[in-house]
Design a protein around this ligand. Structure first.
Ligand SMILES: [Zn+2]
Length: 250
């Protein structure tokens, strides 16, 4: 690239971002929970967007059945002994050496969530189970950190942006803990690679809106996308009066 064309010029040209918004992105610290299909694309686009600090966490190692959709891993990574966060960090550093990347090989759970959400401005969800998401949800409420939830199975996806103190949370959406374990997962019912990428792209768009200070432009409710039937709808989500998010103090 010619030295007189700034690296982030195509973002800076956008009326919603501008040089000022890009400066905000450059100071941002983000935790991406999970580096599967969603996490590979989310972390790639956020690193390439030039955030200051990116933390990625996952307990998995690349496997051959991941490669159709988990775009940071190659055949050589299968069985090579490096975890997904370790491989991902290597690729992300090659994509943008300006970003500080912290790779954590761990599950997102009760004993790790506090450290994983420490010192970040935003959490982006790239998990594959509801139980881990509840841990993220409760931690971000306690810390007052915005959280972009996203999920993709079969040919459908959901995205919801949670701003503590302003919007309903994941427990408002699914107050019944019975749903834990009953949700379909990609491991059980499959997932179309393109759909996972599309959902991740929506999550990144939401993340960038928050990072540049345009929370008011985020999705209001739950975005429900069915890419096989070509339907895209936003469902209203009511705040549950009994939910912990009502009483959380910031
Ligand atoms: Zn709630």
């Amino acid at each position: 690239m010619a030295p007189d064309i700034p690296r982030y010029s195509r973002h800076e040209l956008l009326r919603w971002i501008g040089p000022e918004g890009q400066q905000r992105i450059r100071r941002s610290r983000v935790f991406v929970a999970g580096v599967g299909a969603l996490g590979c694309l989310v972390s790639t686009l956020l690193a390439r967007a030039g955030i200051a600090f990116l933390r990625i966490a996952d307990f998995d190692y690349p496997e051959i059945h991941n490669l159709h959709r988990q775009i940071l891993y190659d055949e050589e990574d299968v069985g090579a002994g490096l975890s997904k966060p370790e491989v991902a960090a290597k690729r992300l550093r090659a994509a943008n050496s300006e970003v500080q990347i912290e790779a954590v090989t761990t599950a997102v759970g009760a004993d790790t969530i506090e450290a994983l959400t420490d010192g970040v401005d935003l959490v982006v969800d790239a998990l594959d189970n509801i139980r881990s998401r509840y841990y993220v949800n409760d931690a971000i409420l306690a810390r007052g950190i915005p959280y972009v939830f996203g999920g993709a199975v079969e040919a459908a996806g959901n995205v919801m942006t949670i701003i503590p103190g302003k919007t309903p949370c994941l427990r408002c959406l699914w107050p019944d803990t019975e749903v834990v374990g009953n949700h379909p997962t990609a491991a059980r019912v499959g997932v179309l690679s393109s759909v996972a990428m599309a959902v991740a792209a929506v999550e990144v768009t939401e993340a960038l809106k928050i990072l540049v200070g345009r929370e008011q432009d985020t999705i209001q409710g739950l975005l429900v996308m069915d890419f096989w039937r070509n339907t895209f709808q936003t469902a209203a989500v009511q705040q549950d009066p009994k939910c912990i998010c009502r009483t959380i103090t910031r």
